[in-house]
Design a protein around this ligand. Structure first.
Ligand SMILES: C[S@@+](CC[C@H](N)C(=O)[O-])C[C@H]1O[C@@H](n2cnc3c(N)ncnc32)[C@H](O)[C@@H]1O
Length: 251
């Protein structure tokens, strides 16, 4: 789970202190988290682990909240190696016994991030700059298939957002996870998915609070000003929008 060479004792003690008693999908949350990291082959720098664990738990709680009420589609845009997709799948399988990925829609270029737009730039002493990830997010549909090998009916759509969205079968969704880091795919996904959400369904975005990638926040702020429903920013930096009409929404 950690990048090679990391000192783990102190970190594991802190993880146990903060998250050791949490249960998701009937299992200790940390066990599920570590499994998803290991099976997907995802590593994280030591100084990012606590943040990653926190956001994974927020994602799990948000998804579990809508799963108890519906059986509609679930989507993720920005899959990389499938860490969060597997976490979501484990949650769904716990609520829907016998489920093997039906209605789980996973979208990624598998070639990494798309070209940034002006909305992704931040001011700096040298003018407006666009941050670059140190990670190359290229992966592969086969990598995600392997990560989700026990959920063979998940649909994996390889392609660039926005155009790949036009290839999806028409359906409704109770939960969508966005994790694409950039303005254009975030704005396109919000436009596409928001009108297809079931009442009370949720869209969670991993990147709203990112200082390095302000395009996500800009896309959400434009969307949230006009969209009916409830918008909230979580302490983790994720944001969550609940579509109007359900028990957790207003508007
Ligand atoms: C931060 S990673 C996703 C991390 C993943 N959710 C996880 O659990 O590890 C961002 C992903 O967004 C994808 N992506 C970024 N821009 C995209 C676009 N315009 N179309 C399709 N995929 C895109 C990248 O390929 C990358 O896999």
């Amino acid at each position: 789970m950690l990048e090679p060479g990391s000192n783990t004792d102190e970190l594991n003690a802190e993880l146990d202190r903060r998250y050791g008693s949490l249960i998701v999908a009937g299992r200790p949350y940390l066990e599920v988290f570590r499994e998803c990291m290991a099976v997907s082959g995802t590593t994280v720098a030591p100084d990012k682990v606590l943040d990653r664990v926190e956001r994974g738990h927020r994602l799990a709680v948000a998804l579990d909240g809508v799963l108890s009420t519906g059986a509609d589609g679930i989507a993720e845009a920005g899959v990389w190696r499938g860490f969060s997709a597997r976490l979501m799948a484990i949650l769904v399988a716990h609520r829907r016994p016998g489920w093997q990925g039906e209605g789980l829609v996973l979208i990624d270029s598998f070639e990494g991030l798309s070209a940034p737009r002006i909305e992704d730039a931040s001011p700096s002493p040298d003018g407006w700059v666009v941050a670059r990830h140190t990670t190359n997010f290229a992966s592969g549909e086969d990598v995600v298939r392997q990560t989700l090998s026990d959920f063979p009916n998940a649909a994996i759509h390889a392609g660039w957002i926005p155009p790949v969205l036009d290839t999806l079968a028409e359906r409704t969704y109770c939960f969508v996870h966005l994790d694409t880091d950039l303005f254009e795919p975030t704005a396109a996904c919000l436009a596409y998915f928001s009108s297809r959400m079931t009442p009370g369904g949720c869209i969670v975005d991993d990147d709203y609070g990112s200082d390095l990638f302000p395009g996500v926040r800009r896309a959400w702020d434009r969307f949230a000003r006009a969209a009916p429903g409830r918008f909230e920013v979580l302490e983790s930096g994720q944001c969550l929008w609940t579509a109007a009409g359900g028990p957790g929404a207003r508007g």
